[in-house]
Design a protein around this ligand. Structure first.
Ligand code: G3P
Ligand code: CA
Length: 300
């Protein structure tokens, strides 16, 4: 084959390959290169706060199933506490009273004892509009049970609660995630697991064990405005974003946080009015008990 023919053949091959890639992309089948780039966190994420906790008892499979299967929220949000026998369970408070009616602290009960408690009845009493018979007797889920149930079909936004009370909780968390094959580079790169905490120490501990996990620094109400440029630079060195109280945010603040390469995920945005405000000031997602409302607004 002469040089000229070879040149034309190569040109045809290049044109064919380019057209083919475009056709495949346009038809909705992403090329493998595009797939690697996909990141859930880039798309104004919907974070179901304690599950769909406005409609079903928080941190129960009823609340998680609703947000994940019915609302198709991007993330199930989990608050972790540790039991007397060293298991991680999903519960917001260190004290069991609000959601179980029993006295005492999670750390003083074994998993088996906690499993006898009912975390559904309080919800029926407090929110009769959404009460359901089956919520009575709802059980506290362990992290293992949650990961077994949803596996890699769900995305998890996990908070290390009270890490000072539970030394070693970060190691246990990463061990469980690894056992469930949720720490592969591919899964971490697409944001399938995010770890959040109000404790900087806890996040740094996680970063030290695995610097590929996306971390979010939660910020107490009224504290964001006290952060110096140095503080924000430091947060940006280990975290992909911050989780402030939504009432601490305005457009300039969000813009400033973006300049430090930090995503902004405010908690806990429950009214449509506040959700619209958050979308208008360009936050990167919200925590909500009524995540279906946010999903509807964001897709409008
Ligand atoms: O994790 C974000 C938000 O949930 C923080 O508040 O108290 O509901 O865990 P809290
Ligand atoms: Ca939380």
């Amino acid at each position: 084959m002469d040089v000229k023919k070879l040149f034309y053949l190569l040109c045809a091959l290049v044109i064919f390959t380019t057209l083919n890639t475009n056709v495949v992309s346009a038809s909705g089948f992403a090329s493998s290169k595009e797939k690697v780039k996909e990141n859930i966190l880039d798309n104004k994420v919907s974070i179901a706060h304690r599950g769909a906790s406005g409609y079903a008892p928080e941190h129960t499979f009823y609340a998680y199933d609703k947000s994940h299967k019915e609302f198709n929220a991007d993330y199930i949000e989990l608050d972790l506490q540790m039991t007397k026998d060293g298991n991680l369970i999903a519960m917001h408070d260190e004290d069991v009273e609000r959601t179980t009616g029993h006295k005492g602290r999670v750390e003083d009960y074994t998993t088996q004892e906690l499993k006898q408690m009912d975390v559904g009845s309080w919800f029926n009493k407090k929110y009769p509009k959404y009460a359901k018979k089956e919520y009575k007797g709802a059980k506290i889920p362990t992290l293992e049970e949650i990961l077994d149930r949803y596996g890699d079909n769900a995305n998890y936004y996990i908070e290390t609660k009270s890490p000072d009370v539970y030394p070693g909780m970060e190691e246990k968390l990463l061990h469980s995630l690894k056992q469930h094959n949720l720490l592969s580079n591919q899964k971490l790169n697409k944001g399938q697991v995010v770890i959040q905490s109000f404790s900087q120490e806890s996040l740094l501990k996680v970063a030290n064990m695995n610097n590929q996990i996306p971390l979010v620094q939660l910020v107490d109400k009224d504290k964001l405005s006290t952060f110096t440029s140095e503080d924000l630079k430091f947060i940006s060195s280990y975290a992909i974003g911050v989780g402030p109280d939504y009432s601490d945010l305005d457009k300039q603040t969000v813009q400033k946080l973006h300049e430090y390469n930090l995503k902004v995920h405010p908690y806990t945005v429950n009214t449509e009015k506040d959700m619209k405000k958050m979308l208008n000031i360009d936050v990167d997602g919200v925590f909500s008990n009524y995540i279906d409302k946010y999903i509807n607004l964001k897709n409008k």
